[in-house]
Design a protein around this ligand. Structure first.
Ligand code: SF4
Length: 394
């Protein structure tokens, strides 16, 4: 632990002084929370010199696990009490996860063709927040991220973007790799991952036993450590991301939280992941009837591709999510525990408005057949395989 902190101090001493302005990309997960609170302590204790300005950018997706979202609120209060500038970074309402799926009708993300979520709810808003901040500053900003890959990564000199991997924190690798090359930011952003070499047990140790102590800053990080499995954090090695993330194989972080008696009332949240999977089924979606021509050019690669969610599917899913939220909150009231917000009144109103306005994603009109309609098969070369059976031919 002491060695890991010492290496972090050395990397901050090597790169920090070259930049007057620092930013910390924080998403409330274990790695970025450890990074944030450690940097604060290193500055407070004089182990590293403070920059001229320091801004903490909290990436709020509204999809975080409740104990993490609550801890983030507390840490934000603690930062503001110390006079640290904290910016809450969010996408515009129509691009929030729930509104985009249930209002606009874009299917839940997946690992293959449709991974829209990380860029939309985490990266684009962070880019915009940085552009706005840089408008007020001279020179570069050093963006500090919580990318952490352990000792083998240091040896291999690689930073992985994959955040569907166990142990990773969704978004942090993207902040590290994508931000410095983003439009309007090139040349004005440098990134640094000062906990790159930390092992998960160090992160847990810091969050659970060090950071909460007065001498290390009295931070509200213990709840974050517990959410990752406390003493067993290293074996569990849960990744950090949205509740019900459709890209993750297992919900290790959620299951770890639900195993704690104080959070077991959130068990209905288990219903989100299967709902996102169900929504990708053909009966809930439209599909293109034939081959599409790309702006008068070649035929699109995937004729008869599946597309957006039908209005019935969106309303069914909205009802299910609201039901999950109501169940959790009824138990919360009964037990005197914190309530959760999956879809707030503003989001619900906007979702219903978008459905009432018959909103479809770009390239879709709503008169396409549903995905389960039996049809002739159209191939990319334009060939058609007629139906062998079925009423359509009669
Ligand atoms: S945690 Fe999952 S759903 Fe959330 S942004 Fe990352 S990949 Fe997308």
């Amino acid at each position: 632990m002491t060695e890991s902190i010492e290496l972090t101090v050395q990397s901050m001493q090597a790169y920090g002084p070259a930049h007057d302005h620092w930013g910390i990309a924080w998403s409330g997960g274990k790695d970025s929370s450890a990074t944030l609170t450690l940097i604060m302590w290193l500055i407070d204790s004089g182990k590293i010199a403070a920059p001229k300005t320091l801004t903490v950018f909290y990436a709020d997706t509204r999809q975080e696990l409740p104990p993490l979202a609550i801890a983030a609120e507390q840490i934000m209060d603690e930062l503001r009490e110390r006079g640290i500038a904290v910016e809450v970074v969010r996408a515009p309402l129509d691009k929030w996860f729930m509104v985009y799926i249930l209002g606009r009708g874009v299917p839940p993300p997946n690992n293959n063709t449709l991974r829209w979520c990380t860029r939309q709810i985490k990266i684009d808003p962070m880019e915009q927040a940085l552009r706005d901040r840089l408008d007020q500053l001279d020179g570069q900003i050093l963006m500090i991220t919580g990318v952490r890959q352990g000792e083998s990564a240091i040896r291999d000199r690689r930073i992985e973007m994959s955040c569907s991997k166990d142990g990773a924190e969704c978004g942090q690798g993207w902040y590290q790799q994508v931000l410095p090359n983003a439009k309007g930011l090139r040349g004005r952003i440098a990134t640094l991952a000062p906990l790159l070499h930390w092992r998960v047990c160090h992160v847990w140790e810091w969050l659970k036993h060090w950071a909460p102590r007065a001498e290390f800053g009295d931070w509200s990080t213990a709840m974050i450590a517990d959410a990752y499995g406390g003493d067993e954090a290293e074996e569990i090695n849960a990744r950090t991301g949205c509740i019900g993330c459709p890209l993750a194989q297992e919900e290790k972080a959620l299951e770890t939280v639900l195993a704690l008696p104080t959070w077991s009332y959130l068990a209905p949240l288990r219903g989100l992941k299967p709902l996102w999977r169900e929504l990708r089924e053909p009966q809930h979606r439209l599909k293109k009837a034939g081959a599409e021509r790309l702006k008068g050019g070649p035929i699109a690669k995937n004729p008869q591709r599946m597309g957006p969610l039908t209005f019935d599917a969106r309303l069914m899913a909205l009802d299910r999510v609201l039901g999950i939220q109501a169940q959790c909150n009824a138990s919360a009231r009964y037990l005197g525990r914190p309530a959760i917000s999956l879809i707030n009144a503003e989001e619900e109103a906007r979702i219903r408005e978008l459905i009432a306005l018959e909103t479809w994603p770009q390239g879709w009109d709503g008169d396409e057949p549903t995905g389960d309609t039996v049809m002739e098969v159209v191939y990319q070369n334009g060939a058609v395989q007629p139906l062998l059976f079925g009423e359509e031919r009669a």
